[in-house]
Design a protein around this ligand. Sequence first.
Ligand SMILES: [Zn+2]
Length: 217
Amino acid sequence: MSILSWLLDLLYPPKCVVCGKLLTVKAPVCPHCLDALPEFDGAAPSVRFTSGGAVSFFYEGKLRESFLRFKFGGSAYYAQTYGAWMAHTICDKLAGTYDVLTWAPVSRARKRKRGYDQAALLCRALGARLGLEPVQTLGKIKDPPAQSTLAGAEQRRANVSGAYRAEQPERFAGKRVLIIDDIVTTGATLAECSRTLLQAGASDVVYAAFAAPRKQD
Ligand SMILES: [Zn+2]
């Protein structure tokens, strides 16, 4: 153990990323939570302008609470654990379908307020596992109300229309892009990102998301 990690353990006793309880094992997640992870086992939601995607988990229970700490509660380091899990899903479901790795960004204003861009963190963490350097291909140029405040699919689509601008198109023109997002609900955000990428020259877009709600039926 390095002195730095020893000091960090002292300052921040390791807690389970999912349930937040103190850990007795040298792992990011307690054995109970690891066993109970709500692995996404259905077909990934179909998202317009993408040719497919993969989702790691159902967005529910303790994992949802964990995610909210990650996104809004400053627990940015969860990205390491989440990213490792997402890399596993991507290897399993999307191997060979992409050339370029990117993410659905938040606006500069949002990033300033929160201190980080959660999808970028996930992308960097899983990229390290996949041996792929993320490329920024999109900028968010409008800052409409958060999608989570809108209920309808149509409202969500209108809300993000024109919200993104392609950046560095020479880095992905003619290439297949894998775009990373955190939660996919109606898919409106990912669809708008993909539309923007295709318009700027991407040959294909697939997505990977950390979690999606379980379909109510
Ligand atoms: Zn736990």
